[in-house]
Design a protein around this ligand. Structure first.
Ligand code: SDX
Length: 430
């Protein structure tokens, strides 16, 4: 951060000079850390639309241009040329790995994919119709009761082991949540499969027959995981950072991130979007739903549309749209009605002044569900897949924050609009 600029604030008749820091990319920030001490005022920003909560070197988003960089590398290049575990290495360590480092990292992750056998009992406590995300919140949180040799967050080695364990075990946890939900036996990970293939096999293999991973599906799954890996200070990442700022158990903090991601305004939108496309059903009903999305008296919103940061196309949605066409074509899925509705809905919405004026474009969740459904997943598994991918983003941001010597507990203030002080009234006088 370069500190050669200041901002002048006049409040209550006094003038204050606040430092302005310039980033390597994006807007300048006004440093208000000493504002309350100097001026006795807070800033007010519910939803954090104009607030930088931290500094970071991991991911950069240019919302106006629709650009997403991981350690400087554009997401479309990573989606085309890299693969998920290499992107995990990049997010965790800051550079693309040399071949020998990548091989060592992939071997490490592969050898951490099994869960402690006792963890199976947590699944047995759930009803079979429990949402897989409910199961994941519980089981990921339960990891905090198991891996005590990687919870001393002051030890860089233990932080790294906890990161590897989380990245490695999330596919097993998610796949077993799916198997438990559909009443099939758990399938153990295999060390001779790559990350995405291992996950697909744990989801779709059954003891009654051999299972061969379809390379088309494995490549598509790996690309989906790459596209969801990290996204700056989104709600679930901010949740992980805030929970971790108290020094809490890292596994419990990731469980908090899983819980936040579940919401339909965030990672739950992929499930909500596919259910919306199912409800619309045919292209002739699209105008009715666009009208509802524009109607302020109707709580309905187009799921998979709009974004707090992107005021242009979400670059991930572009890649996902191409992938949807490729995967469905390779799978021989003829004119998928939901894909037809999605494409026509996108076309009509983007021609509508309401969406153009509010800069509402398809986001990462708009096309992902179509691919996942074509791969055989029920809608309830869409957000667990988002969560297993985003785990690397959560742990990378967590590691960055814990290693920062400036790290302190997050404790926002408020604009208080309640009662001023008043005396207790005995019940006989009320
Ligand atoms: C993700 O933060 C991240 O990076 C998240 C994410 C990640 O990778 O971590 O990118 C993943 O969560 C993607 C977003 C998935 N959610 C959805 O698709 C749900 C539908 N989208 C909306 O709920 C909404 O667009 C949000 C939540 C995504 C963003 O909401 P904001 O930034 O708080 O914007 P807003 O609600 O203030 O909307 C601004 C205006 C409003 O109209 P006015 O009050 O100004 O008249 O746009 C309208 C909104 O009503 N609007 C929509 C809309 N989204 C916003 N109108 C219709 N349909 C929509 N989808």
């Amino acid at each position: 951060m370069t500190d050669n600029k200041t901002a002048t604030l006049k409040v209550h008749g006094e003038t204050y000079e606040l430092p302005v820091h310039s980033p390597t990319a994006g807007p300048d920030v006004i440093d208000i850390r000493k504002l309350y001490g100097q001026a006795g005022v807070f800033t007010y920003d519910p939803g954090f639309t104009s607030t930088a909560s931290c500094d970071s070197t991991i991911t950069y988003i240019d919302g106006e241009k629709g650009e997403l960089l991981h350690r400087g590398y554009p997401i479309d290049q990573l989606a085309e040329k890299s693969h998920f575990l290499e992107v995990c290495y990049l997010l965790l360590y800051g550079e693309l790995p040399a071949a020998k480092d990548l091989e060592k990292f992939e071997t490490t992750i592969t050898r951490h994919t099994m869960l402690h056998e006792q963890m199976q009992y947590f699944y047995r406590g759930f009803r079979r119709d429990a949402h897989p995300m409910a199961i994941m919140v519980g089981v990921v949180g339960a990891m905090s009761a198991f891996y005590h040799d990687s919870t001393d967050i002051s030890d860089p080695h233990q932080r790294e082991v906890a990161s590897h364990r989380l990245i490695a075990k999330m596919p097993t946890i998610a796949a077993w949540a799916f198997k438990y939900h559909i009443g099939q036996p758990f399938v153990y990970p295999r060390n001779d499969l790559d990350y995405a293939s291992n996950f697909l096999r744990m989801c779709f293999a059954v003891p009654a027959e051999d299972y061969e991973v379809n390379p088309i599906l494995s490549r598509a799954m790996d690309r989906i995981l790459t596209l969801h890996a990290d996204h700056e200070q989104n709600a679930s990442t901010s949740t992980v950072r805030l929970a971790s700022s108290s020094g809490a158990n890292p596994f419990a903090c990731i469980a908090a991130g899983v819980a936040c991601l579940w919401g339909p305004a965030h990672g739950g939108a992929n499930q909500a979007c596919l259910e919306m496309l199912e409800e619309i059903g045919t292209v002739d009903r699209i105008p009715e739903y666009i009208a509802r999305a524009k109607d302020k008296s109707d709580p309905f919103r187009l799921m998979g549309f709009g974004h707090r940061v992107y005021k242009n196309f979400d670059p991930r949605a572009k890649v996902m749209k191409q992938s949807a066409d490729e995967v469905l074509d390779l799978l021989g899925v003829e004119d998928n009605p939901k894909l037809q509705v999605a494409k026509e809905l996108e076309r009509e919405a983007l021609e509508d002044p309401y969406f153009a004026e509010k800069k509402l474009f398809p986001n990462v969740d708009f096309y992902s569900g179509i691919i996942l459904e074509a791969m055989g997943f029920p809608t309830s598994m869409f957000t667990p897949i988002f969560a297993l991918s985003r785990t690397v983003g959560w742990v990378s941001q967590w590691k960055e924050m814990i290693a920062d010597p400036q790290n302190k507990i997050g404790r926002p203030r408020q604009l208080y609009l309640g009662e001023t002080m008043r005396d207790y009234v005995d019940i006989e006088n009320r």
